[in-house]
Ligand binder design. Structure first.
Ligand code: TXE
Length: 494
């Protein structure tokens, strides 16, 4: 169901959308597909609720308490939500459970942040002036999420929007809407006033333009593909909307010869093949020092060939299917292009041939060796389980290769030399850099990209700042004339 102005309802034109399992194509759910009229109603409801002050005028502590209650409810319903998430995405239930725990942690982080004093005064050097810097909610937000970590990516937007006092229209990916529907139920149960949280379902090709160009929307926060992000920027320009964009990456993972090689190899496998590479920070671009190349690649290929794939209920599975047939076909074309441009295919490179995977979207973990920075498969994000390997000889080369990308979301490096680690971490132009590790994040630390990986930051304290306007209030406590222009008496000036 759609949720607009505090009521659950079907699409005004009766549109429906089927959700099918990426594991075997089974029908999971049928949900309404919103019409443009529904989008208009949702934006109107968000605008009216924001402008009325019914929520935006709540104190910071009251809004934080609401977000904290939502965290409690998410924890209560964690098992139900994890099942929905696992059904929609095809990921194992245990991974979905980790994701829900991260969602709870996100809500708790922002609830706590809302209790910290945001405003302050500044000394402008005048005894008679009080100068205050105050933070106010940015207004009406369109929050658009992807399908790889559906509820988590949405949580990074919804929790700070609520703490800030914004009203919003949430649109999850059309492929994975179930967890977002449940979240909105919990926001309703927690007591958010009608019109503050609205839910629109449907593909971006139908509802996206209205959500991102409407003059009543103040901010668009979007996580998804680069091409869609650029379209949103163009549409938002007409009314100069604030934008927060997370557009993925092509993330370098550098291994120096002086590293703990076994740990580096193990993390390289996890970094590239976790969730079948459908991770914006996946370390799919391996950059290895020449002297250890053969050992590292041989071991990674061996490990990649062993990875067990399976559906949500397969307890022995280690990773699952891709999200959809069209995404699988995209990964296949990407691999074919890699072979055509001379990358050496060492393992994988095709769909799983197991009979139990025949009706799903399973693509085998794949490793390409003998790659270089000019190749399409090195520069483009496949968003699938495909690792490319490049070689370097010097530290400067490793840095140059790691930065030779239009993206800048994240990167990792392995070395036993702490000074080298500090130099390389500082030189890499990526929003997150892992040293002797790959992949972990926490809500307390900012997340976001340099270059074309996006605009702004989620999480941390900046993740709340995206949803706030900053106002300077100058108060003269002993008013006087400015005296700038001469004050002639009537008739005095000729
Ligand atoms: O994403 P889209 P897709 C990358 C990854 C992947 C590629 C394409 O490389 O292969 O993007 O994936 C909504 N206006 N990432 O096509 O289209 C859409 O309905 C407004 C990286 O699935 O960007 C969905 O809710 N919204 C990534 C959301 O955008 C529009 C996660 C994402 O879909 C819209 C996912 C429009 N015109 C894919 N068109 C990450 N950064 O983690 C679509 N949408």
């Amino acid at each position: 169901m759609l949720y607009i102005n505090g009521s659950w309802r079907d699409s005004s034109n009766g549109g429906k959308h089927e959700i099918r399992s990426p594991h075997d194509g089974a029908l999971i759910a049928s949900v309404p597909q919103a019409s443009i009229d529904d989008v208009n109603d949702a934006i109107a409801a968000a605008r009216a609720s924001f402008d009325s002050g019914v929520f935006s005028s709540w104190s910071w502590s009251k809004r934080s308490a609401l977000v904290s209650t939502i965290a409690d409810l998410l924890e209560r319903d964690a098992a139900i939500i994890a099942k929905k998430e696992s059904d929609d995405t095809g990921k194992r239930i245990i991974e979905a459970e980790y994701d829900v725990a991260d969602v709870v942690a996100t809500f708790r982080h922002f609830a706590k942040l809302g209790l910290k004093e945001q405003d302050h005064t500044v000394d402008v050097g005048l005894a008679n002036v009080t100068s205050q810097i105050v933070h106010e909610p940015i207004g009406v937000c369109s929050l658009i999420g992807p399908w790889n970590y559906p509820l988590l990516q949405i949580a990074w937007k919804v929790a700070p929007a609520l703490v800030a006092g914004c009203s919003f229209i949430l649109k999850p990916s059309e492929l994975t809407p179930q967890s977002a529907i449940h979240l909105i139920k919990l926001i309703e149960e927690a007591g958010a006033p009608a019109g503050v949280a609205n839910l629109i379902l449907g593909p971006g090709s139908v509802v996206g333009n209205a959500l991102t160009t409407d003059p009543r929307v103040d901010l668009v926060s979007f996580t998804g593909g680069l091409t869609t992000g650029k379209t949103i920027m163009v549409g938002a320009a007409a009314t100069v909307k604030k934008l927060a964009l997370e557009l993925g990456g092509k993330n370098p993972h550098i291994i120096f010869a002086d590293a703990d090689i076994d740990a580096a190899i193990d993390n390289a496998v996890t970094g590239a093949f976790l969730h079948s590479g459908q991770v914006c920070s996946a370390g799919t671009r391996l950059i290895v020092e020449r002297s250890i190349h053969d050992r590292v690649v041989k071991e990674i290929v061996r490990r990649a060939g062993q990875i067990r794939m399976g559906g949500p209920s397969d307890l022995s599975a280690e990773t699952g299917p891709l999200i959809s047939e069209s995404h699988l076909k995209g990964v296949e074309s990407y691999v074919a292009a890699g072979v055509a441009e001379g990358a050496k295919l060492l393992v994988g490179g095709k769909r799983s041939q197991l009979p139990e995977h025949a009706r799903g979207w399973y693509f085998l973990p794949t490793v390409f060796d003998e790659c270089n920075t000019s190749m399409h498969c090195v520069q483009e994000e496949s968003f699938g389980p495909v690792m490319t390997v490049e070689i370097f000889d010097t530290e400067a080369q490793a840095i140059a290769i790691g930065n030779d990308t239009i993206f800048g979301l994240s990167g990792g490096l392995w070395t036993g030399d702490s000074l080298k680690a500090a130099r390389v971490a500082s030189a890499l132009r990526h929003g997150t850099v892992w040293v002797n590790d790959y992949g972990p994040y926490r809500p307390q630390a900012e997340w976001g990209g340099y270059k074309q990986s996006g605009i702004g930051r989620e999480l941390g304290s900046h993740g709340l700042g995206e949803y706030l306007e900053i106002k300077h209030i100058w108060t003269n406590n002993s008013p006087s004339k400015s005296g700038w222009f001469h004050d002639f008496a009537e008739g005095e000036r000729q």
